[in-house]
Design a protein around this ligand. Structure first.
Ligand code: HMH
Length: 219
């Protein structure tokens, strides 16, 4: 067994696609202050729909974690989604986005269906927690990058960047990552390879999700 944690191996191996998700042009445009408001609003509406589907997925990971020692970490994450849904509603008001009339786009539907497939009881805890970590880590790294020294984030988007780029969320993602590495250390090669495939799928879905902000190919 290798001493290198699984997540580190994956991040090295899939660096290019991972950077594609965490340094996406949409994210860079927020960091550089050149983002256009229609892209941002499109993202906001789509992400609200995504987060609503993310809740049952996160709850399914919580159920699987009940037999493990790390249940509190997941519970904290699930609990914070209540606040997140509220936050989206507030932001939608601020940016005049009507959440009830948002039509989920293809990339979003596909991502939500993928999440739903992971809620099955046949999906091992190690695989499910890998997805949870990867989903959160992409947002954390993306928005933390926006906030790095020298940013020109538009004032009205500062709060969005801080929502996922703050240190507390960073610590939560690190805890999830440690859980993934611990789980993978004791899992079979079959489960480990399933987890890697799921990691890569999440990263690919995230890239497609950011791409939606450009507003091409609706439906
Ligand atoms: C698409 N990925 C997407 N939306 C989010 N809100 C997160 C990750 C983080 O919770």
């Amino acid at each position: 067994m290798s001493n290198i944690p699984s997540t580190e191996t994956w991040l090295r191996k899939h660096r290019l696609v991972y950077d594609g998700a965490t340094r996406h042009p949409f994210i860079l445009s927020i960091r550089h202050g050149s983002v256009d408001s229609s892209s941002f609003k499109r993202w906001l509406g789509q992400d609200y729909i995504f987060v609503r589907s993310f809740v049952p997925f996160a709850a399914s990971v919580l159920m699987k974690s009940c037999k493990e020692s790390d249940m509190e970490v997941i519970l904290g994450g699930v609990a914070s989604l209540n606040d997140e849904i509220k936050w989206f509603k507030e932001q939608a008001g601020k940016f005049h986005v009507s959440l009830t009339s948002v039509v989920p786009q293809n990339a979003n539907l596909k991502y939500c269906r993928f999440l739903e497939s992971l809620t099955s009881s046949e999906i091992e805890y190690a695989v499910a927690i890998t997805a949870l970590w990867a989903i959160e880590a992409v947002y954390q790294e993306s928005f933390a990058h926006c906030l790095e020294e020298g940013n020109k984030i538009p004032q009205e988007l500062q709060e969005t960047c801080e929502r996922w780029g703050n240190d507390g969320f960073g610590a939560y993602c690190k805890s999830l990552r440690d859980i993934v590495d611990r789980c993978l250390q004791k899992s079979s090669p079959e489960v480990a390879s399933k987890a890697e495939v799921v990691f890569l799928s999440v990263v690919e879905h995230e890239v497609e999700f950011w791409n939606m902000s450009r507003g091409e190919a609706p439906g």
